[in-house]
Design a protein around this ligand. Sequence first.
Ligand code: ES4
Ligand code: ZN
Length: 316
Amino acid sequence: MPAVELHVHLEGTLEPELIMALAERNRVELPYADLDDLRSRYSFTDLQSFLDLYYANMAVLRTAEDFHDLTTAYLARAREAGVRHAEVFLDVQAHTGRGIRAAEVIDGVTSALATGGDHGITTGLIVTFLRHLPGAEALATLQELLTLDAPLLGVGLCSTELTSHASEFAPAFDLARAHGLHAVAHAGEEGPPQNVWDVLDILRVERVDHGVRAMEDPVLVRRLADERVPLTVCPLSNVRLRVVDTIADHPLRTMLEAGLVVTVNSDDPAYFGGYVDENLRQVADALALGPEELLTLARNGVESAFVDDARRAELD
Ligand code: ES4
Ligand code: ZN
C-alpha cells in the first residue's frame, strides 16, 4: 500500500454526505433535492464538467470549522488507506473569490492538519493557484498568505489548462521560490506536452501533476526520466474525466517502463470513485502490476515527497 500521497485536492475529498450536512449546518440552499439527486450528477464528460460541480459544491464550506471538519475527515480516510505522509492541495482562491476570508480557510485547514500526528501522518499544505483566473490574482493570493504567515510547504497550479499560458503565473512562482517554497503544477492532463515543458522551464516546478500526455513527446519523456522529475498520476481521475477510455488503457505501465518517476494518487477522491488505496488496487489489477512494480511506485512516492532525510528514511 502507498505510504505517501502527493496529489489530492482537499476540496476534492468533500464527500456528498458532508456536503448535505454542511449545507444544513450553514443553511446553504443547494440545487439538489437530496443525496441521491446530488450523487446522480457525478458523471463527467471532461475536466470542465467536473470542475463546474466541484466549485459549486464548495458553497457549503463557510467557516474555519467547516474546513477543519473537511480536513479531519480526509486524514481519517487517508490513514485507512495506509497513508503516512500527505501533501494536500488547497484552492484558496475558490473560497476568497466567494467572500470567505483566507485566514478562515487557513485556520480551519492547518488546525486539522496539525492533528495529523494523531493519525501517524505527517502533512504539508500546497496552495494551488487557479489557472482560469489572472496571474495577478495568484500573486496577490500568495502575498496575502505570506502576510498571514500561513504554514505553506509549496505552491501549485490547477484548474483548466486550456485557456492560459504558464508564463502568467511566473511572478507568483518566483515569489514562492524566494520564500523557500516548493513548486508543482498540473500539466499534461488535458493539455498538450508543451504545457509540461512550460511548467518545467517557466515555473521551474519540481514535480508535474498528472503529466500523462507527456507520453506523446519522446524528447520530453527522456528529459523527465533523466532529471527524475516525479509525475503524480491519478488513474481513476483520468478515467472519470475521459483522459483515458478505461483503466486498462492507462499509460502507467508504459510510463514506468520509460523510466519515469511515477506515483499513484487520488486527485479528487470523493468525485472519482476512490482514495489512493482504491486507485492503486484498480490500476494494479487492470495493468497486472507485479510486486516489483508496486514497490517501485511506493519508493517513487517516498523519493518525490518534500520531506527531510530523517522522515524520508522512516517512510522508506
Ligand atoms: C483538478 Cl482533476 C483536476 N485537474 C485540474 N485541476 C483540478 N482541480 C481539482 N481537480
Ligand atoms: Zn489534481
